[in-house]
Design a protein. Structure first.
Length: 257
């Protein structure tokens, strides 16, 4: 049987301002409206006077739900941005993928000494230097398979044989459990798809700080989510098409077609 959705679940999935509006309405009704209603019923008067002290409690609970709903919206928005970026990275040719990895490390303070051309070179795709140390990077542009321990062992062998100080394995997906265990034992550092996207977004933020980019008309002007084509159903623009935010009603950003 499908799980029945509770009122709290429904409010958490609704825009945060719905809970705020309910909090204001509940407090006003319990604290100011009901106690002032003049009825002959002693039961109603006792009931309304008993609820009045609870007005702040109910309103406070609704404001907590509003806060959780707002945080949930921000987390979901961040995940959508990350997934969109990850899909973009996975669609890159392997040469551009390696260039992207090198640029991310460059913006973290490393100097890209060399990058493999035409394919992997001895298990090393990018060589880095920083503060007198040398690091080897192996890139795995695998879109479906997990990166296993074999890749880490190969890179570790090259790191030891050539006297490098660090080794990184960067991929656009996940690592196997064995690979993570070997990484902890050998000191090889892992950068999976999610960590790579964080690096990419950080690089993009730095670039935008230096060179203000032109706005992307395909993204929402409010939250930067994807836009979808919609048709106005009411108002003086009824029947006309416009671009609306895909997260509606959480975000109401629009663009003209």
């Amino acid at each position: 049987m499908p799980r029945r959705e509770s009122t709290i679940d429904a409010l958490l999935e609704s825009p945060w301002w719905v809970s705020v509006a309910l909090a204001i309405f509940t407090y006003t009704a319990l604290a100011h409206v009901l106690p002032k209603i003049e009825l002959q019923s002693a039961l109603f008067k006792s009931f309304s006077l008993g609820l009045a002290p609870m007005a702040e409690v109910f309103a406070g609970l609704l404001l907590i739900i509003a806060t959780l709903s707002f945080v949930r919206t921000l987390v979901q928005r961040h995940r959508r941005v990350q997934q969109r970026e990850l899909n973009t990275v996975r669609a890159l040719p392997w040469e551009q993928f390696e260039d992207l990895v090198g640029e991310c490390f460059r913006r973290r303070g490393y100097r890209v000494v060399s990058a493999a051309q035409g394919g992997p070179d001895g298990g090393v795709d990018v060589t880095l230097e920083k503060d007198g140390t040398r690091a080897f990077v192996q890139c795995k542009h695998w879109r479906k398979s997990k990166v296993g321990v074999k890749t880490l062992r190969e890179l570790y062998g090259v790191v030891v044989a050539k006297g490098a100080d660090e080794g990184f394995v960067v991929c656009s997906g996940p690592f196997t459990a064995d690979a993570k265990v070997f990484a902890r034992e050998s000191g090889i550092q892992l950068v999976d798809g999610q960590a790579l996207i964080k690096m990419v977004l950080a690089c993009r933020g730095e670039a935008l700080g230096q060179h203000k980019a032109a706005p992307d008309d395909t993204l929402c002007p409010v939250c930067q989510s994807e836009m979808v084509r919609r048709t106005a159903r009411r108002g003086r623009h009824a029947g006309s098409e416009f671009m609306g935010c895909s997260t509606y009603p959480s975000c109401r950003g629009t663009r003209s077609v």
